[in-house]
Write a protein that binds this ligand. Structure first.
Ligand SMILES: Nc1ncnc2c1ncn2[C@@H]1O[C@H](COP(=O)(O)OP(=O)(O)O)[C@@H](O)[C@H]1O
Ligand SMILES: [Mg+2]
Length: 248
């Protein structure tokens, strides 16, 4: 079963064709870089996966489930399998790293239980293991807003691990980080994919980072899929095709 299947997905906003007949699949343990300039449709694609946006046509399957066929509790459960990572980390600054990771146990529910600290022993063990995996166990008690950008992004990754997501969608996760932290975060995401079988789709601008960390590159431009190649095939010609050869 594919972790993610995108089949002939089209999405318009008024006259803007944000996604134009896009199809690809991502398998367990794969790290796919979703490359493309600003406006290419990367974020829209992620929103279609989580059904924040309904595609006009096409099918999205997460772990085999057709997201458009689900509602209510079924959709909530399906969304729990999808971990979201954003450029701006989206942590609760005044809470500790640990409490932010524990929030991953809540899915999309309110922060009330987080604030009340009503978590089981199993929840806490999962959260600590997740912090350990991103190398921040010793920062568990530290306020999130006192951590560096790279550390905050690692807490956000730990949060989706604690959520026990099986598909991670990272939307430009390194765009506000310094180069060293960016490499660190991408290395962690790559290792998670390899070692846990979680599928990672990571939107990036930087071709060189995609080349060094991804298994496969899917490139969008103007809402259309231009490339879907293994990283070994992503050579200078592919680069030209993505950023040079085609007008508009
Ligand atoms: N909510 C929206 N309303 C109108 N247009 C939108 C909306 N979201 C995205 N778009 C347009 O869809 C296109 C794709 O945007 P987006 O998915 O954000 O691209 P990317 O994440 O690759 O930068 C852009 O032309 C953008 O302006
Ligand atoms: Mg975007």
């Amino acid at each position: 079963m594919h972790s993610l299947l995108i089949e002939t997905v089209t999405k318009r906003y008024g006259t803007t064709l944000a996604l134009d007949d896009v199809s690809f699949v991502v398998d367990p343990g794969e790290f796919v870089a979703l490359l493309g300039p600003s406006g290419a449709g990367k974020s829209t694609l992620f929103r279609c996966v989580t059904r924040l946006v309904a595609p006009d046509t096409g099918v999205v399957r997460v772990l085999g489930r057709d997201m458009s066929a689900l509602g209510g509790q079924e959709l909530r459960l399906a969304r729990r399998d999808v971990g979201l990572i954003f450029q701006q980390f989206n942590l609760i600054g005044r809470l500790s790293a640990m409490d932010n990771v524990l929030a991953g146990r809540m899915g999309h529910a309110s922060t009330l239980r987080v604030v009340l600290r009503q978590f089981t022993r199993a929840d806490r063990q999962l959260a600590l293991a997740a912090l350990d995996r991103v190398g921040l166990l010793e920062r568990a008690g530290q306020r999130a807003d006192s951590l560096s950008g790279g550390q905050q992004q690692r807490v956000a990754i730990a949060r989706v691990l604690a959520q026990q997501a099986r598909l991670l969608l990272a939307d430009e996760p390194v765009s506000s980080l310094d180069p060293q932290s960016a490499e660190n975060v991408l290395g962690i995401l790559r290792n998670i994919a390899r070692e846990t079988g979680i599928a990672v789709v990571c939107a990036l601008h930087q071709v060189d980072l995609a080349r060094r960390y991804a298994d496969r590159v899917v490139a969008l431009r103007g809402g259309r899929k231009l490339l879907d190649v293994s990283v070994n095939a992503f050579d200078q010609n592919a680069f030209q095709e993505l950023y040079g050869a085609h007008p508009g």
